[in-house]
Design a protein around this ligand. Structure first.
Ligand SMILES: [Zn+2]
Length: 355
């Protein structure tokens, strides 16, 4: 992989190439952006470029011994620090500090990529700050993170911060067609659902994920016709671990978003994320009020948060579907007034979603 092959981040690549051409590399970068937009890939490619033995035009050759070692993860001067368990620990930063005492073994630069640095433990972050304050020569440290919140402001201020944008739908779609030989229509649907993340798009190539989305969305697509026993039966068959459930609720959020888009721009279906289910979006949108959809969206977010506190998942989902059903079938006032209280009692957790 070279700079020329990284998709969707041409502005960032241009900046990096200019810094290389002018020999103005900082000692530390911070790459921020959502998951799957190429932060770590760009960091590792930059590590190759600065150590390439042949590349002369601000890119790597991908042929020399240095490039080949980097590509196989065996370059002695390129390290990646990932979290061990929930955090990046102070021992990992101490080990980095120890390595930095020595000159690079083979390359021009020792490059250390600290992936997902929002997971630095406080003491690890403080130790890293000291490294960033007095960086030894010929070292390049690249931090990646979703966003700057969660990082010490003093760490952020010591890095050159580059913000990675979500990839365009057409870029993801074209990449899927090229690399996986899938039909353009399927690629377009997946690209929309991926929301700008290439890694998410890759995961969605797995048919199981799309099938699960279809099951969730088809359950709510007909909710204006549903009977309470059917909804309770649906929650009975709503299985999976917490990660599955979080993803299911993300699907539900895309669905609510599409219903709102449909209501505001009834003639414009191209803006739908679930564009392959446009007919169902149109039907349900005509049965719902916008402020009720926003209320349900809030409840989905609350349930997502509550799942992290090990609440009773089945009761949470029942409450969610019951509110959705109540709003879609016009029982808004009565059912809506009661549900927050029911939810509070059942969740054992402060629930805010208004009356
Ligand atoms: Zn090379």
């Amino acid at each position: 992989m070279s700079f020329a092959e990284i998709i969707g981040q041409s502005r960032i690549i241009r900046l990096l190439r200019r810094a290389l051409a002018q020999d103005l590399l900082p000692h530390a970068f911070l790459f921020t952006g959502m998951e799957g937009v190429g932060k770590k890939l760009t960091a590792l490619t930059l590590a190759k470029v600065v150590n390439c033995q042949e590349g002369a035009s601000g890119d790597c050759c991908d042929r020399c011994i240095s490039c080949r070692k980097a590509a196989s993860g065996n370059h002695p001067d390129i390290d990646v620090i990932e979290r061990e368990g929930p955090f990046i620990k102070i021992e990992q930063i101490r080990a980095l500090k120890h390595r930095l005492r020595f000159k690079p073994l083979e390359g021009r630069y020792r490059v250390t990529v600290i992936s997902n640095s929002q997971y630095l433990k406080v003491e690890a972050a403080n130790a890293l700050l000291k490294v960033l304050e007095e960086p030894p020569e010929n070292n390049l440290i690249i931090l990646t993170a979703f966003e700057t919140t969660g990082l010490l402001p003093t760490i952020v201020s010591r890095c050159l911060h580059l913000s990675f944008q979500p990839l365009a739908t057409v870029e993801i779609s074209a990449h899927l067609c090229k690399t996986h030989s899938i039909a353009p229509e399927r690629a377009a649907v997946i690209a929309r659902l991926a929301g700008g993340s290439l890694s998410r798009a890759m995961a969605l190539l797995d048919e199981k994920q799309i099938s699960r989305r279809n099951w969730i969305l088809e359950t709510v697509a007909e909710i204006h016709k549903s009977r309470i026993p059917d909804l309770l039966a649906a929650t009975n068959s709503w299985k999976g671990d917490n990660l599955d459930l979080q993803q299911d609720l993300e699907w539900l959020k895309t669905w609510i978003r599409d219903l709102l888009v449909q209501q505001f721009e009834a003639t414009e279906s191209v803006g739908l994320l679930n564009s392959d289910l446009a007919d169902k979006v149109e039907t349900l949108a005509s049965h719902m009020k916008s402020h009720h959809l926003l209320q349900i969206f809030d409840l989905v977010c609350t349930v997502q948060e509550a799942i992290g506190y090990n609440v009773n998942r089945r009761l949470s989902l029942e409450t969610l579907l019951l509110l959705f059903c109540a709003r879609a079938t016009g029982q808004a006032t009565q059912a809506g007034a009661d549900l927050p209280m029911v939810a509070r009692e059942r969740f054992g957790w402060p629930v805010r979603f208004g009356g």
